[in-house]
Design a protein around this ligand. Structure first.
Ligand SMILES: [Zn+2]
Length: 74
């Protein structure tokens, strides 16, 4: 688990501290920087994950109505 401070600037709108929301299949993975991947889900949303996370499915926070950290007050 990464703290919000470690999330690279420019990708904070794709990062959720707590995974949640309905489970979606990952349809594309794009490595960003060294430690991160930007995955595209079957619902069309993109979520930033740590690179080591390899699961085929992910809960989509956008579909679940959660707020990425860029929308949260520190
Ligand atoms: Zn979604």
């Amino acid at each position: 688990m990464y703290s919000p401070a470690e999330v690279p600037a420019g990708f904070r709108q794709y990062f959720f501290v707590n995974a949640g929301g309905p489970s979606r299949t990952i349809v594309n993975r794009e490595i960003v920087l060294r430690k991160w991947q930007l995955v595209t889900l079957e619902c069309g949303h993109k979520v930033l994950l740590a690179k080591y996370q390899k699961s085929a499915k992910l809960g989509c926070g956008f579909c679940g109505g959660l707020e990425p950290i860029s929308n949260q007050q520190a």
